[in-house]
Design a protein around this ligand. Structure first.
Ligand code: ZN
Ligand code: FE
Length: 256
């Protein structure tokens, strides 16, 4: 099976929209089009023909371009079945364990509630690519707008179990601020200290810090480490169960 060609489009203040194309068939998906203009312009520049929109959740900065792009391209819009009423123009309603075909490239759908009640992620195993919207960020995770800490911890644990080489295509460039917070939680994590330096250098050079790999996230992202003894010790949370520890770390980030 071929690997997807992935094109990253920075839009709005800090959103990333992705185009993911199967080179063999030319099928091409747009993940979370916040806007339409920049997406249609990128398609034209690349000479790619859009066949699908993949939405992770209903927020405006993820579905804002849906209807205009569908009108311009006739693409099929894929989203979470239980959130169909909040996904503009939805055609294909999916849930946990379903697969979505972009030509010969196949994504598996994970339900990952927490940021919103109906958040999903798309994992293209053969391309080592995870599109996780606002659930998992580089060095961070989404705010809990509609879900509980227990739901979000379960969702992040599901993503954390994917292979090391998985590239994490999240929907925002929040990594600099996330690194500052992560260092406040676990200042003596040498891998994190080194990564924070890399993040600073990339941003100073005007380059994206996304995607990262799941191996990097597991070693440095405090929200994936709520059951790791070194983090619990550093954060003064020794003996807490993972959900309670995760909830406390999330609370600290909200007021950081
Ligand atoms: Zn969101
Ligand atoms: Fe967002």
């Amino acid at each position: 099976m071929p690997a997807l060609q992935i094109h990253q489009i920075p839009v709005l203040n800090d959103n990333y929209v992705y185009l993911a194309r199967d080179p063999d068939t030319g099928a091409c998906a747009c993940v979370d089009p916040a806007v339409s203009d920049a997406v249609l312009a990128a398609l034209k520049d690349l000479g790619w023909t859009l066949t699908h929109i993949l939405n992770t959740h209903h927020h405006g900065d993820h579905v804002g371009g849906n209807l205009a792009i569908k009108a311009a391209t006739g693409c099929t819009i894929v989203g979470f079945a239980d959130d169909a009423a909040r996904i503009p123009g939805i055609d294909e309603k999916v849930r946990e364990g379903d697969t979505v075909a972009i030509g010969a490239c196949t994504a598996r759908v994970f339900e990952v509630p927490g940021h919103t009640s109906g958040h999903i992620a798309y994992w293209f195993e053969d391309s080592d690519a995870l599109f996780c919207g606002d659930t998992l960020f580089a060095l961070g995770c989404g705010r809990l707008f509609e879900g509980t800490a227990g739901q979000m911890w379960a969702s992040l644990s599901k993503l954390r179990a994917l292979p090391d080489a998985t590239r994490v295509y999240c929907a925002h460039e929040y990594t600099n601020a996330n690194a500052d917070f992560a260092l406040s939680v676990e200042p003596d994590n040498a891998t994190l200290v080194a990564r924070a330096d890399q993040v600073t250098a990339l941003r100073q050079a005007g380059r994206p810090t996304v995607p990262s790999t799941l191996a990097e996230e597991r070693a440095t992202n405090p929200f994936l480490r709520a059951d790791v003894p070194a983090l619990l010790a550093a954060a003064g949370l020794r003996g807490q169960d993972p959900v309670a520890a995760f909830a406390e770390i999330r609370r600290r980030k909200d007021v950081f």
